[in-house]
Design a protein around this ligand. Structure first.
Ligand code: NI
Length: 381
């Protein structure tokens, strides 16, 4: 069975997890498979990425299909034969499955695919943390491989095998991080009148940051402001000179993201000033919100409905998680959808040391990619 061979590729990839921009063996494996299929490709995209080109017919119309290929810094808890052979690294987000399915689709399309145009198969590194998509774009991905639309697919535990999930419009959140260094004046704890207490200022700052979501944002929109670290002081009887707050801000749309950053700066500055302290703010924008083109999301849902039983393609709500495919969707129309990975079974959740991509999803993923290409680039009679 063809799919069983793709499952063996997936299991092999599972044994060699590699993280951001170090996916050397992974991309060598991709290159070997593409070579065997006689599909031309270029390696070294964003250092360790690969882009293959499939062309049929005479049309110059082109689309991109993207799979992320990287793993995570997690020590695998599974003990099966194809468990990770790389200490401290693991495919715990199913990107091994994404890579194998796109290779499987490449094979199906090269052999039997009926389409007129160009398909770029984008094997992208460093989805987790490091924004490999942004690096690929900066290096000229869309100039070297001009395409009119780009599509992504991610496995989703909790959605049954043989189902798909779609979400038009704002579908995933931005991911920003911040650090606020509150600087005051240290003193003996018995003489607080001589201090400018950064701990009190930081405490009020943390409280007031929670007013951004409750008082500044339209209740129908989504923003998360989470303080995840606070560091200050070293002993009992000294008011320290400095306190550090760190955390994350996530929003589903760019305007709410802008509002969150602006108010965070204002709140921190004013809270510090109230106590004769100063706030030194570092706000770093990591991933933008992910926007699914509504028309193309409807197209993808229609494609998915052609691959699985009717009623197995679901509209699902947006997620406050984030995904670097959002960088591609900032530049190109496209859509990112989810493929069912089966029950969560306690530990079968993303980024868990027991996670595993479910091979039973492979035929559905390959069918989706193949049908998407054959529909989007259907030959005109
Ligand atoms: Ni992932």
């Amino acid at each position: 069975m063809e799919y069983q061979e793709v499952a063996t590729w997936r299991r092999h990839l599972h044994t060699i997890p590699e993280t951001a921009f170090e996916e050397v063996e992974t991309s060598a494996f991709i290159a070997r498979q593409l070579t065997a299929l006689q599909i031309p490709f270029e390696a070294g995209i964003a250092r360790t990425g690969v882009v293959a080109t499939l062309k049929k017919g005479r049309s110059e119309r082109a689309i991109g299909l993207r799979a992320d290929i990287d793993a995570l810094d997690i020590t695998e808890a599974n003990t099966f034969a194809h468990a990770s052979q790389r200490a401290g690294k693991m495919h715990a987000c199913g990107h091994d499955g994404h890579t194998a399915m796109l290779l499987g689709a490449a094979r199906a399309l090269a052999r039997d695919g009926v389409f007129d145009g160009i398909v770029y198969l984008i094997f992208q590194p460093a989805e987790e943390n490091e924004g490999g998509a942004a690096v690929a774009i900066e290096e000229g991905l869309f100039e070297r491989f001009p395409m009119e639309a780009v599509f992504g697919l991610h496995n989703r535990p909790g959605l049954p095998i043989g189902t798909f999930g779609t979400c038009a419009g704002n579908a995933m959140a931005s991911f920003d991080v911040f650090e606020i260094v509150v600087k005051g004046k240290g003193s003996h704890a018995a003489r607080p009148q001589l201090a400018a207490d950064p701990i009190l200022a930081a405490s009020q700052c943390i409280n007031l940051l929670q007013s951004i979501v409750s008082r500044n944002v339209d209740p129908l929109l989504s923003l998360v402001v989470s303080v995840t670290q606070i560091h200050a002081g070293a002993t009992w009887n000294v008011i320290p000179g400095e306190a550090v707050i760190r955390g994350t801000v996530r929003a589903l749309d760019p305007a709410t993201r802008d509002l969150g950053e602006r108010r965070l700066r204002e709140v921190a500055e004013h809270a510090a000033r109230l106590h004769d302290c100063t706030a030194h703010i570092t706000y770093s924008r990591r991933y933008p919100p992910l926007f699914n083109d509504p028309e193309l999301t409807a197209f993808c849902a229609e494609v998915a409905r052609g691959c699985v039983d009717a009623g197995h393609v679901h509209d699902i709500p947006p997620s406050l998680g984030s995904e670097d495919f959002a960088f591609m969707l900032e530049r190109k129309r496209g859509a990112y959808i989810w493929i069912g990975n089966g029950p969560t079974d306690g530990d079968r959740i993303l980024h868990n040391p027991h996670y595993e991509f479910n091979d039973a999803a492979i035929p559905h993923g390959i069918a989706y990619w193949t049908r998407l290409v054959e529909t989007y680039l259907a030959p005109t009679p």
